[in-house]
Ligand binder design. Structure first.
Ligand code: PLP
Length: 397
């Protein structure tokens, strides 16, 4: 790490504060240990229970637990029937998995730009990018803030498109009073340690469609089934199973699901603390010259995954990089979410060009993600504000 302690000062903190972190208590540990002592280590009763719990929480008819959020997106694209020649509209400002899942199925991601104030996908740009080949839209509830789903669902209806929400950031978020996960065709959640609740690695897809649910369940386990109603050769014996498509082993263990169940009991308290910290950030950072606060949409009751500080770089005599490095030297775990997906070398080689989504590129160049997790203390919080104030004051023109 490039250690530029400003003017040779002592760093604001002794101990590094990560940008995101899981919260694990003794009851989480006990839940995992009890599975290890039981009969089922994988895809057993805990997996069923976690599915029920998440489905009930978000108000969806069905939920499918799966090995991680990326696998959940892959399964959703499979269930949506994405194949070669199909286009799927995805925001440029997201984690690569939101677009990779389209490529896994042979489809083509088409990147839509973001709204420069809310950082969520711009519905007008979605509309502009719909063609005869468009098959689906994958809106991402970026930072946890709900995307404006109604106009997207309207476009989907008009053009006969499937909507797969990437809600990896947004477990617990409500759109116009309804939980994300209950609204469109399919919704993906992630249980990675930095996300709202964790299973180590893990994911979930919710849906209200029995047909999609059946496809997702098959895909998760090689598209292999013993279901007498769907197998082709019904005359074989009781040992018999059939593979009906090309699925994967995307199962999640019961060990992980036990952790997830225990975490779900704390979801509302995690969200409450995240909201509190974001309110504190908004209050304190809006007093600092050169900091731009993310615009909040009234329709979103946001569960708050990331806190993004955007900088008005004209006010500073250095680039984002110097400010970022100075904050790291203060032992503040800053990050950047994200490089617009199509700027990754892999996507550049596929032929996507720089300049495709100017708002996403502009945000990428001027943003810094600040630490946000439920176990952050008020003291941790004030260290971040102190460090940001110190660094920005030092570099302000
Ligand atoms: C974390 C994340 C994913 C993928 O989840 P994993 O569980 O890590 O595979 C997908 N989309 C977004 C926006 C994410 O942040």
């Amino acid at each position: 790490m490039n250690n530029i302690a400003i003017k040779g000062d002592k760093p604001t903190r002794e101990k590094f504060l990560p940008y995101g972190r899981q919260c694990i208590d003794q009851d989480d540990i006990d839940a995992v240990v009890s599975v290890l002592k039981g009969d089922f280590l994988t895809t057993g009763p805990m997996s069923d229970k976690l599915e029920k719990k998440v489905a009930e929480y978000v108000g969806a008819k069905y939920a499918v637990s799966i090995s991680n959020g990326t696998a959940a997106l892959h399964a959703a694209c499979y269930a949506a029937g994405i194949k070669e020649g199909d286009e799927v509209i995805v925001p440029a400002m997201t984690f690569a998995a939101s677009a990779n899942c389209v490529l896994y199925c042979g489809g083509t991601p088409v990147f839509a730009d973001i709204n420069p104030e809310t950082y969520n996908i711009d519905v007008n740009d979605i509309e502009r990018k719909i063609t005869d080949k468009t098959k689906a839209i994958i809106p991402v509830h970026f930072t946890g803030q709900a995307v404006d789903l109604d106009p997207i669902l309207e476009l989907a209806k008009k053009h006969n498109l499937i909507v797969i929400e990437d809600a990896a950031h947004a477990l617990g978020t409500k759109y116009k009073g309804k939980h994300v996960g209950s609204i469109s065709d399919m919704t993906e959640f992630s249980f990675h340690p930095v996300k709202t609740v964790t299973t180590g690695e893990g994911g979930m897809i919710t849906t209200n469609s029995k047909e999609l649910y059946d496809k997702l369940m098959l895909f998760r386990t090689h598209c292999i089934t013993r279901d007498k109603d769907v197998i082709i050769n019904k005359e074989e014996g009781p040992w018999y199973y059939e593979q009906l498509g090309l699925g994967y082993n995307y199962r999640i263990t019961d060990i992980q699901c036990a952790l997830g169940l225990s975490q779900m009991n704390k979801l509302d308290s995690f969200i409450a603390r995240r909201k509190e910290l974001v309110n504190m950030y908004n209050r304190e950072l809006s007093k600092i010259d050169g900091v731009i606060i993310q615009k909040e949409e009234e329709f979103s009751d946001t569960s708050r995954h990331l806190y993004i500080m955007k900088l008005d770089l004209e006010k500073f005599n250095v680039t984002r990089r110097e400010i970022f490095e100075a904050l790291l030297a203060e032992n503040i775990g800053v990050n950047v979410h994200y490089l617009p997906v199509y700027l990754h070398p892999y996507y550049q080689e596929l032929g996507y060009e720089k300049g495709l989504c100017p708002n996403a590129e502009e945000l990428y160049n001027s943003m810094i993600t600040l630490p946000l997790h439920p176990n952050m203390t008020d003291e941790d919080f004030s260290d971040v504000v102190k460090a940001v104030t110190k660094v920005l004051d030092y570099y302000r023109k």
